[in-house]
Write a protein that binds this ligand. Sequence first.
Ligand SMILES: *Cc1c(COP(=O)(O)O)cnc(C)c1O
Length: 484
Amino acid sequence: MSDPRRRLPSVESLLANDVFEGLLEEYPRTRVVAAIRGEIDDVRTSLSQSGMDGGDLETVSGWVDRVSARLAREDVPSLRRVINATGVVLHTNLGRAPLAAAAVRAMAAASGYANLEYDLGEGVRGSRYDHCVDLLRERTGAADALVVNNCAAALLLALNTVAAGRGVVVSRGELVEIGGGFRVPEIMERSGARLIEVGSTNRTRAQDYRAALATGGPAALLKVHRSNFRISGFTEDVAIGELAALAAEFGVPLIHDLGSGLMDDPGALGLPDEPRPSTSLRDGSDLVVVSGDKLLGGPQAGLLLGSEEHIAALRGNPMCRALRVDKVTLAGLEATLRLYRDPATARSAIPTLRMLSIPLDKLEERARSLAAALEPAGPCHVAEGVSAVGGGTYPGVELPSWTVRIPVRRAGALLERLRRGDPPVVARVEDGEVVLDMRTIAPAEVEEVVRRVSSALSQPDESAPDESALSEADESDVSESDES
Ligand SMILES: *Cc1c(COP(=O)(O)O)cnc(C)c1O
């Protein structure tokens, strides 16, 4: 048999065919040409690798279908909206905090020209760092504030500014890894500060800090919130108030890396108590460092809160320029912070807070109506479940929730189909059933979920990969492997 590769058509011969006219009307010629070339190359490669006989290589309509599918694939964005049916509210792999509508509007408005660094009153140059300061002061009681790219950047900047070339005292119980490459000892090293470990993994006492400070070397005290894990049993810890007194006694600043950025009263959200920027500052922290996109519910950002003197030093550090926040983020953060002026508004308008505080009976009602809508497509049932706050916050806290469960022969295959469709639906498998947690599915998304699940259930199983090969990957998909 002759080499099938010799039967591959040329780009010109395909383009000259009338059946390509439709594609040429829909797409620019350069893209169609590139797609034809790409398809021919792909087929040539697979022919040489597989030794296939090339089958229906010569049908032009086959080539049109291939090229058209390729062009459509090229137009699917890499980063796109997904429906989060996992019940993990701050899902790090799914972009953490979904933004409030007011934040999205503000971000769109600021995306053209904006008074980012322009004082509209005076008609002179202004500073981008002025924009969220008043709202952050109001919300946290800080004298001044600075916004940078994320919390990791904020901590890096704080350590570099306060302690480059000098030591920083940290408890051995707080040398944490928050995930995605954020490890306190490594950030410390890159900041140019030297780590001075005190205490032990489970117990650190005031005396341990005092002994380290008494050597005269340290430039700062750092306390790191154990965001994503808990230690229990024989433990001891020094509270912010006591650390602040020690820091003051030795004339060094106390930096508190808090992470979560909770601005609301956790009790009102049905959550256990958790340190907040306002409580940390009240108890005596000199600089508090938090994330914008965890419990605060805003865009990715790092907030530094503290005295005018410390914030001025941070702004003056050339490293600040490398970590600077962009106008769209600032606009979204400002709009989110503005919603906090009225706690009830914040809880209804900020999706993170809204999802955390949905009453259980509402979740049950939504589960029942989703199940009823899915019924025609296949068997499913409603059951209680457990969702998580996520985002490396509130470790071990289980939020009771309601779920819709779909028993299928191959749960992993259904999970994959849900993930690969449009919009992708990310769910989880429990006890061999596909589980949809109502906490993170917005009411406006329910119709899409019904459409996606119904269509996934109606597809034949044959093409789906083997269950055993899938189950592992599926679990890692929804377990927030990059927890932070
Ligand atoms: C999440 C977290 C960080 C990192 O925050 P990013 O905004 O992801 O950079 C740092 N410190 C603590 C304590 C955290 O919880």
